[in-house]
Design a protein around this ligand. Sequence first.
Ligand code: 6LW
Length: 504
Amino acid sequence: MSDNQQADATFPNPVIPGFHPDPSICRVGDDYYIVCSSFEYFPGIPVFHSRDLLHWTQIGNALDRPTQLRLTTTGTRSSGGIYAPTLRHHDGRFWLIVTNVTEGVGNILFTATDPAGPWSDPIHLPEVPSIDPDLAWDEDGTCWCTVAGISQVRIDPYTGETFGPPHKLWSAGADAKTPEAPHLYRIGDYWYLLIAEGGTERCHGVSIARGRTPTGPFEPCPDNPILTHRGTDRPVQNTGHADLVQRPDGSWWMVCLGVRPGGGSPGWHVLGRETFLTPVEWVDGWPVVGEVTPELPAPAWPLVPGPVEAVRDDFDLGELRPQWISVRDRPAEHCTTKERSGWLTLRARGGSLDEPDIVFVGRRQQHLTCEVRTRIDPAEGRGGLAVRLDEEHHYEIEASEGEVRVLSRIGPLRSVVESRSVPAGPVVLGVRVLGIPLRDALTGPDVLALGIEEPDGAFTELATLDGRYLSTEVAGGFTGRVFGMYAASGTVHFDWFDYEQSAS
Ligand code: 6LW
């Protein structure tokens, strides 16, 4: 792209679309890295890389071994598991601290020399309370861990030992609920304490305070909250849970989570909380944060686009690509690309998407309108293509030899929506997420058409379902939609999986 073309261009925000909340960012030289929460999914904590802050490529998942990530069917609810990591670079290595809210785990810390992995086994921090841990190092190498609440304790990051009891730091206002997501930075002559407040829903916001030492006392910014979209009709809502980064040119940027509600009242968001980028100016020693917009102007620096993601995954690699996630675990005996060359084989365990141990391999929905398709061979079992929010909210199109069915679960209500005989043998299942051209107060955010592809390539819709029931406003929780292949009984094989953004 020429300089002129670049100057006219705009870039989509969210910079990391789909369910990628609680971003934490870290720069080393010209390289930027972001990590996000992953909740009940395995592998956990997606790691992204960029050289221009606009184009992000997933380079791995920090927690990709069972020894690092314990998620259990009894101890990890949907939207449980991995909450709010912080990524930092210190002393020649990367540090990642996070809460696993699964019963009996708590705050854990990992290190790596390459953020793409491998990451260490966990160092447990049994004395560090709460969630949303942050790491910051003093000039003398003292390491401070600050958590939601907001409180702080000195730790040894190599052993997980704590020194003294946690002490309360600062929280923005007497009325602000859930002070959380703290990050502590040394900037100029001050230590800045950035926090989120108001809850991760429509009232979310970001506030800041500063002090002369990392332990406070902290003086609040007179303009708090420095970021919130509460009470506005801006297209990006729920903005909060932020982290700051400085470019080598001295400019400052913020990454934060936000959502894109669609439809009528009250507005439903279906992709979960996504990662947005917004500029920051410093005025009188305080950051002034720009509105979080759905597009960003061209930056003053060169763009460095990453590889374009292929529409089709053929399952020809020995390993699954990093965007593929499973529910709670992914044992090789239930999920492999090595059994039938060029196919993904899933062997059932739990019987349906309602079960916490469903054998499922999925990827996040990352665009408001898109199409997914997969070719399944159900000769030895039953399985299909699902749109999953959690165990109680999902739509799926399921194939067994000679038959396909559309199923739905919305809270306590389960239905077989449609069924159809098909010729025996492999069948192509598809889901189309479509926009709604004419809206009123009662329209949902989108509709989902579930169907099959005929031998001539035509798509036959078997059911069209309202998207609002697979939204966070209906289901609750912290995740977003994930499209996935699953096995409900026996063994099923998937030849390929396509994901493609569509026009509307
Ligand atoms: C996270 C908290 C939050 O721990 O949501 O938006 C929680 N902020 O900081 C789960 O992502």
